[in-house]
Design a protein around this ligand. Structure first.
Ligand code: NAD
Length: 500
């Protein structure tokens, strides 16, 4: 089939599918390597069209009462819940993750929608009576206007749902630029928002690459940018969009550490680390990628991890028996393979090697099996770089303080975890570790929707994390009203008003 004969993943602008584009990208099934669809790539003119639709959508949507807005979100929530399997199947087909994993992603996204249904509570202002003689004050939180979101491939439903439900609940219109690698989930969600009663133009999707992103970043009609993706792009997004006067939250890459103390239960730690390191083929921003074994913990942990690696069932995400799917693209597979080669040549002890894994009947899929390096040191590239694949590196530290220093010296600061049986050590870790999200015997400490998600250091550019209270702050701006209803003229006063 030629590109022109393929099904097109269209833009969604003003409540309609827009298929025409000057450029298209290919969408592949990572388990087979086959190109399955083409996706329209937006030009600056397409972004202009989306913005015109969103500006009109904002007028209609922001005028609706809080009760109506939350009704629409409730209906959207029901539609996603009813169609959760369909959404998960689309995710598996384009991302490659297992169906169960995709269902889990949909569930975590839905939790943000549920939180957004109750956002009215967080939009309440404050009021003070008699701040001066006959003077009262109250505060308002108002929408920004048109908000935009640019999202990565690894959670094509959940990460957009970190953004648009709250943005909409706060009264904004939204333009989503999803990853071009797995774009179809966004269109399903756009359709359900329309079915739920969202006015046309309040939610739009433009697909594409850097051209679409740059148009969004520089367009004066867009008030805010929420970005989730790799650190170099996050930095570029932050610098470009703030220079254009926009509010920005740009979440970047990660190197999440698990510190394992000698008193930790080695089986519990190994199960947790193996799931967090190899689940979704290591393509989670909260995946554990570096394990720091303290003192005597190292050898037993290395053996226990090796045993888990040997038991991981690698296969297509649609097969019930698969625990780990392929990498998202051939390029991602090649990048992970090069990282493993570099780790070997730098002297890492390769205990399990996922290169060359082949899945019968799916020989052209983008496979790399679970890989385990031991005796890794902080100078090695497999430790320094974000690999974003199923590769765990094990480092050894003599003491808790050494382990903590290692974690805190890392330029990333997304998540971290400690495995221990000692409350005092756990508390010390929680207090001193420099990451935005911390797990105590919990390997992937993704906060619930009513807390906020985000990292520190090079894992976040900007000030406010996503969803939870900080999400509401991000998508609104404050206004304070001071009012007086005088009965008679008081005469002009030229000093600075004190209201006394
Ligand atoms: P990516 O940075 O390549 O792409 C993210 C988005 O930016 C996509 O929509 C893409 O089209 C766009 N983009 C890519 N290159 C661009 C460029 N040069 N200019 C403008 N736009 C560009 O990330 P990815 O490969 O899709 O996702 C994986 C990365 O995302 C990993 O680094 C992972 O750690 C990170 N991530 C972070 C979090 C977090 O919460 N911190 C969550 C999920 C993923």
């Amino acid at each position: 089939m030629t590109m022109t004969e393929m099904e097109t993943v269209a833009h969604w602008i003003g409540g309609e599918r827009v298929e025409d584009a000057g450029r298209y990208g290919e969408v592949t099934d990572p388990a087979t390597g086959a190109v399955t669809r083409r996706v329209a790539f937006a030009s600056a003119a397409d972004v202009d069209r989306a913005l015109a639709a969103a500006t009109a959508g904002f007028e209609a949507w922001s005028a609706q009462s809080l009760a109506r807005r939350s009704n629409v979100l409730f209906r959207f929530r029901e539609l996603v819940a009813v169609h959760a399997d369909e959404l998960a199947r689309v995710i598996t087909a384009e991302h490659g993750k297992t169906f169960d994993d995709a269902r889990g992603e949909v569930q975590r996204g839905l939790e943000v929608v549920e939180f957004a249904c109750g956002a009215a509570h967080l939009l309440k202002g404050e009021a003070s009576e008699a701040v001066g003689t006959g003077v009262d004050s109250h505060s308002l939180r108002q929408p920004l206007g048109v908000a935009a979101g640019i999202t990565p491939f690894n959670f094509p439903a959940m990460v957009p749902m970190w953004m648009f439900p709250l943005a909409l609940a706060c009264g904004n219109a939204f333009i989503l630029k999803p990853s071009e690698k797995d774009p179809s989930a966004s269109l399903l969600m756009a359709g359900w928002l329309a079915e739920a009663g969202l006015p046309e133009g309040a939610f739009n999707v433009v697909h594409g690459d850097r051209e679409a992103v740059e148009a969004l970043l520089r367009h004066p009609g867009i008030a805010s940018i929420s970005f989730v993706g790799s650190t170099p792009v996050a930095r570029f997004i932050y610098e470009t969009a703030t220079a254009a006067g926009k509010r920005v939250q740009a979440l970047g890459g990660a190197k999440n550490h698990a510190v394992v103390m000698p008193d930790a239960d080695v089986d519990i730690a190994a199960d947790a680390i193996s799931s967090a390191g190899y689940g979704s083929a290591g393509q989670r921003c909260m995946a554990i990628s570096a394990v720091v074994a303290v003192g005597s913990a190292g050898d037993a942990l290395a053996d226990a991890l090796e045993a888990r690696v040997d038991a991981v069932r690698v296969g297509p995400g649609v097969d019930d028996g698969s625990q780990m799917g392929p990498l998202v693209t051939g390029a991602a597979r090649d990048r992970v393979v090069s990282a493993i080669e570099a780790g070997e040549s730098e002297g890492g002890q390769l205990r399990r090697d996922g290169r060359g894994v082949s899945v019968p009947g799916h020989e052209d899929g983008f496979w790399v099996g679970p890989t385990l390096f031991d005796r890794v040191t902080p100078e090695m590239s497999i430790y320094r770089d974000e690999i974003f694949g199923p590769v765990l590196v094990l480092l050894r530290a003599e003491t808790f303080d050494d382990a903590l220093e290692l974690v805190n010296s890392n330029p990333y600061g997304n998540g971290s975890a400690i495995f221990t049986a000692d409350g005092r050590t756990a508390r010390e870790f929680e207090q001193r570790v420099q990451t935005g999200m911390v797990g105590v015997n919990v390997p992937i400490p993704v906060p619930m929707a009513y807390y906020s998600f985000g990292g520190w250091k090079q894992s976040l550019f900007g000030d406010l994390h996503v969803h939870g209270r900080e999400g509401v702050q991000f998508y609104t701006r404050g206004k304070v009203v001071t009012e007086r209803w005088p009965e008679q003229a008081r005469g002009a006063e030229y000093g600075f008003p004190t209201h006394r």
